[in-house]
Ligand binder design. Structure first.
Ligand SMILES: [Zn+2]
Length: 253
């Protein structure tokens, strides 16, 4: 997720999304259609909680399939608490890595089945390394792979940079690109024309998958507490969490 967004404090309430005609009309899609069995899934997370916030339900569903997954943590999310003496950056880096591991385990994924790469790019400055990220992905991806990233217009600089890099790498290699919104749930309006509704599909989550996603989010303790040194509100507040815990995940094909 990462801190400091120039949007309204509360964002679009869940009840407004629940009343969205555009969202209601989005067609469901199965996991098998999104990630055909046997294809490699590569998840690109700008910050160490995005893989859970964007697609924790999808990953919980993948865990049931017992297939290998590649997870690329682009930054360590060390920029989530600027000016904090409670969370100095080196400590936050280590903390967020650990939270991420606990969260992945909470989704039911065995760490031994995850090929996990940490790129350690600077939080908030992924765009500065876009060319090398595209090159890295283009080297690794193959036709038939499914590359899942944050949406390239998600409204946060790192989420957008990662989305753009993923799109370019997918175009270079013939991999299938799936983009997922995270911050858009906050800033977009319920029938917002900026959302690519025609490309949108809903992956419906079972109660068990949603429960795993909820539990995985609680592993990100540093993002759920008030910063006692700066008084900053939790990065993941109650409004944000309820928007991200709807019983489906939105995917842009
Ligand atoms: Zn993020």
């Amino acid at each position: 997720m990462s801190q400091a967004l120039p949007f309204g404090v509360q964002g679009t309430p869940l009840r407004d999304w629940q009343n969205s005609a555009a969202l209601r009309s989005v067609q469901p899609i199965t996991l098998e259609a999104l990630v055909p069995p046997g294809s490699r899934l590569v998840v690109l997370a700008p910050h160490p909680d995005d893989e859970v916030l964007a697609c924790g339900g999808l990953l919980a569903a993948m865990a049931e399939r017992q297939e290998d997954i590649q997870l690329i943590s682009v930054t360590d999310g060390e920029g989530s608490h600027p000016g904090s003496s409670q969370w100095p950056q080196p400590q936050l880096r280590a903390q967020r890595r650990q939270e991420s591991e606990h969260a992945i385990a909470s989704l039911g994924l065995e760490l031994s089945r995850i090929s996990w790469h940490r790129l350690e790019l600077v939080d908030g400055h992924v765009a500065d390394r876009a060319e090398s990220l595209i090159a890295l992905l283009s080297e690794d991806m193959r036709p038939g792979d499914v590359l899942l990233s944050t949406w390239r217009h998600d409204g946060h600089c790192d989420h957008e940079a990662v989305g753009h890099c993923a799109a370019q790498a997918a175009a270079n290699t013939g991999a299938t690109l799936l983009e997922l919104p995270v911050w858009a749930w906050h800033w977009a309006q319920p029938n917002d024309p900026r959302i690519p509704w025609d490309r949108a599909r809903k992956l419906m989550l079972t109660d068990a998958q949603l429960m795993r996603k909820r539990k995985a989010i609680t592993a990100h303790a540093s993002q759920l507490q008030i910063d006692t040194s700066t008084g900053a509100a939790p990065v993941l507040d109650a409004n944000t969490l309820e928007r991200l815990l709807q019983p489906f995940e939105l995917v842009f094909l």
